[in-house]
Ligand binder design. Sequence first.
Ligand SMILES: [Zn+2]
Ligand SMILES: [Zn+2]
Length: 158
Amino acid sequence: MTSSSVIHCHDHDCCISHALESAQNVCVEKNIRLTPIRQRIFELIWSNHKAVGAYDLLASLQQEDPKAKPVTIYRALDFLLSAGLIHKVASLNAFVGCSHPETAHNSVLLICDNCHDAKEVEAQEVYEAIYEIGRNNAFQPQQLTLELHGFCDDCQQT
Ligand SMILES: [Zn+2]
Ligand SMILES: [Zn+2]
């Protein structure tokens, strides 16, 4: 399987069902449980390709269950992050669904400053290069997040 391709379908329901199928496979493989609430929050994150914040997720969930609490969201987000099913967009304090959770990957997130669309693109060589800079400076690299801000295809000014 190639890990560099980004799943993008004409019919967005198809993106969601792809994502859900991958998530279920990952959970079976890792022997962890995608409970109904975790799955629902995963689906809400995947409702489009934009980065979404915890409070927006809470607001969406409360439309279905008025008693939904922030802790429910945070627990589900922790689970989805540690399972590698979503990525945190640190610069926006928001979250986006991972487009290929079944394979290990190092990506750069291309984040549109206008519509907050967040697209994941493989950038393994860049990670290697930056880790190398760390090691060359007597530093032991652990974690790196690359987020590139700009304007997406739809939002570029001509
Ligand atoms: Zn990913
Ligand atoms: Zn955009």
